[in-house]
Design a protein around this ligand. Structure first.
Ligand code: A3P
Length: 302
């Protein structure tokens, strides 16, 4: 993957992040009004962060002078796993409430205080075929540790075996899915594809979930549309901060987070046989859970 992975409690972690994730697991102190954006990477995290942040801050900033116009969503909503691995956890502690925080940890490894305080959790998942393609392109941009990118066919095999950053993807998704079934008022489970299809509905649902629903006046004034527009792929991709900005000196430029957007790019990178194989893995893994992830099945796409 052009990054080294280490297995910890059933999941594969980027080696550079793992010590921070473990420290976070042990030391992070949640607050009751924290909201957590959670995901397996490349599933729509950046978009969900932007939407959640825009919703919560909508009365604080006018839309034409909103922080998301000059800051990447990962600056507005920090990835805790990264903050803990770079010694910037004090910045998380210093954030004023209510905080919106992000993690890629699977549910089983979340810090205890998040669970014991019953914090609001928002999880997003995506068709695994598109997650894989998105991951592969992202890692080709990373080239950290002097490692060369791997061919797509090799990435495909590793991904199917669960050997990918924060993989196995299915276990990651299932843990949150099951928790969302047990505690629907505390765990909101979203799919990237339904966000694409019905952004207005999802934005209203998100606002309700985090405790700041849109008023009838706001709806009439088009505030829901403003949030959707501010966070849309085309808008975010076109912002100067997301064209040439960088989160950290050694990291990719922000444009790597806004590659193509949309569903179904896997068709341009997988032959039908590969896609069918990955769909089968997904179906087997999710069997009996009541969850489906193959947004556009191979047969439907043919
Ligand atoms: P692609 O690589 O398929 O284009 P994550 O944020 O979890 O890393 O996921 C990245 C994926 O979300 C990328 O997919 C990226 O283009 C897409 N994305 C980023 N911002 C988006 C937005 N505002 N709306 C829709 N998709 C977005």
């Amino acid at each position: 993957w052009a990054i080294r992975l280490r297995k910890y409690q059933g999941f594969w972690f980027p080696q550079q992040i793992l010590p921070g994730s473990m420290a976070m697991q042990q030391n992070f102190k949640a607050r009751p009004d924290d909201v957590f954006v959670l995901s397996h990477p490349k599933s729509g995290t950046t978009w969900l962060k932007a939407l959640t942040y825009a919703i919560v801050t909508r009365t604080k900033y006018p839309f034409d002078r909103h922080p998301l116009l000059s800051q990447n969503p990962h600056e507005c909503v920090p990835l805790m796993d990264r903050s803990y691995s770079t010694g910037q956890d004090s910045e998380i502690e210093a954030m004023p409430s209510p905080r919106i925080l992000n993690s890629h940890l699977p549910y089983s490894l979340l810090p205890h205080s998040i669970k014991s305080l019953d914090c609001q959790l928002i999880y997003v998942c995506r068709d695994p075929k598109d997650v894989l393609v998105s991951r592969w392109f992202f890692n080709n941009r990373m080239r950290s540790e002097g490692m060369e990118p791997i061919p797509f066919t090799k990435a495909f095999e590793m991904f199917c075996e669960g050997n990918s950053p924060y993989g196995p993807l299915w276990e990651h998704v299932l843990e949150y899915w099951e928790e969302s079934q047990r505690r629907p008022d505390k765990v909101l489970f979203l799919k990237y594809e339904e966000m694409l299809e019905e952004p207005m509905r999802i934005v209203k649902r998100l606002a309700q979930f985090v405790g700041c629903p849109f008023t009838p006046e706001e709806e009439k004034e088009g505030v829901v549309e403003e949030v959707v527009k501010l966070c849309s792929f085309d808008k975010m991709k076109s912002l100067e901060v997301n064209i040439s900005g960088k989160l950290r000196p050694e990291f990719v430029t922000n444009d790597a987070f806004f590659r193509k957007g949309g569903a179904g790019d896997w068709r341009n990178h997988m032959d039908p046989e590969m896609a069918r194989k990955l769909d089968r893995v997904t179906e087997q893994k999710l069997e009996g859970s009541g969850l489906t992830l193959n947004a556009v099945g191979v047969e439907a796409a043919a």
